[in-house]
Write a protein that binds this ligand. Structure first.
Ligand code: NAP
Length: 342
């Protein structure tokens, strides 16, 4: 039990965590609904993949058994799932739940999925108030953060030694929302210009490396805690884009399209919300800060390995990643419009 780790829903964002734990001598088991998506070299690293749906309480409970050293839940979206996790935590050395920065509300009760965006007066600390819960569906704009916040409250009240992690937008190898595909797709298409909207926005990023380091630290020092998890170099979205283009091996001129009359979607970057997370508590735990490039380089390499060229010259990712080929014609039309403007 001491050095056994069980990662629930761990073939995506938690992939790097599985690998870091294994490198530190943990016996790692990862669950998912499809074992075939696990990296081929995991067996060599001693990482075991087991098919178990997180919605199947009995199957997951059987894997937890009489307890593991570290239990990580990447699929805890509701108070009901939190009640199960709280019960299992009592038999485990340390438990980690992936929550989200979506739990936070600003002084006027606005959250990141509100029609009117929240406004912060500086980096957001863990002491900030979180969303109320009124039974909303978790797969909804209002319900995602509300369910996460309520799940956190259940875990604090009923669990033991649970670390609640609040990441920002996650990037890295394996994640199911590969936000850097738009960059790589344009590099693969040989583009020399890219449209940028709201490039001044500073939204913290969270690399899978930052999550992995934090989870390892939580495993080594079991406690009840709440931690923001983010990279240590928050910067304007335009700079992140420029860095990602360079890491992808491209060279593109970044062209601001704010006020150019282009449709809203053109130039939309992955980082859209002014919101920095205060990560001093994570640093105080002894976690060495990461930088954006730690996750970006890994995600771009991985995406390149997944992409397949189609007869028409476009590239596709596997369907489960749900990332479409960007509408380059619409972007060209918008950039031509900007060029024509006085
Ligand atoms: N991605 C972000 O930007 C972000 C930001 C803040 C917080 N979070 C939190 O991070 C966690 C992971 O989310 P993600 O979007 O990054 O996804 P992800 O971890 O990249 O992908 C989901 C993982 O869970 C597995 N999975 C999905 N449904 C499952 C089920 N019912 N039973 C067992 N395994 C299941 C998937 O494999 P199979 O499909 O093969 O089952 C995959 O391994 C979530 O709790 C989310 O709220 C994510």
């Amino acid at each position: 039990m001491p050095d056994t780790a069980l990662l629930l829903g761990g073939t995506g964002t938690l992939r790097r965590t599985a690998e870091l734990l294994a490198a530190h001598g943990w016996q790692v088991t990862v669950t998912g609904r499809d074992a075939s998506v696990a990296p081929e070299d995991w067996a060599r690293h001693g990482i075991r993949t087991v098919v178990a749906d997180r919605a199947d309480e009995q199957a997951t409970g059987a894997l937890v058994g009489s307890g593991v050293g570290l239990l990580v839940d990447g699929q805890c979206y509701t108070p009901d799932r939190a009640r199960e996790l709280a019960r299992w935590s009592r038999a485990c050395g340390s438990t980690v739940m992936l929550s989200a920065k979506a739990v936070y509300v600003d002084g006027l009760g606005r959250h990141l999925n509100s029609p009117e965006k929240p406004v912060w007066d500086g980096p957001v600390t863990e002491e900030r108030p979180t969303m109320a819960f009124a039974g909303e569906e978790h797969q909804s704009a209002e319900g995602y953060g509300a369910n996460k916040a309520e799940a956190e409250r259940v875990l604090r009240a009923e669990g033991e030694r649970i670390s609640l992690l609040r990441p920002s937008k996650i990037h890295g190898a394996g994640t199911r929302q590969p936000r850097l595909w738009g960059v790589l797709a344009r590099v693969l298409a040989g583009r020399t210009r890219i449209a940028v909207r709201h490039g001044d926005v500073v939204e913290s990023t969270t690399s899978t490396e930052a999550l992995a380091r934090t989870i390892l630290a939580c495993a080594q020092t079991p406690a009840a805690r709440v931690l923001n998890v983010a990279d240590g170099d928050p910067r304007p979205a335009r700079e992140l884009l420029g860095e990602a283009v360079a890491l992808a091996g491209g060279a593109m001129e970044l062209i601001d399209v704010d006020g150019d009359g282009c449709p809203e979607g053109i130039g939309r970057l992955p980082w859209t919300l002014d919101m920095e997370l205060d990560t001093s508590a994570d640093v105080a735990l002894g976690v060495e800060p990461t930088v954006f490039a730690d996750g970006a380089a890994a995600e771009l390499d991985w995406l390149r390995s997944q992409a397949r060229r189609e007869p028409g010259g476009t590239w596709r990712l596997p369907e489960r990643l749900g990332a479409a080929w960007p509408d380059l014609a619409a972007e060209d039309a918008c950039l031509a419009l900007g060029a024509a403007a006085p």
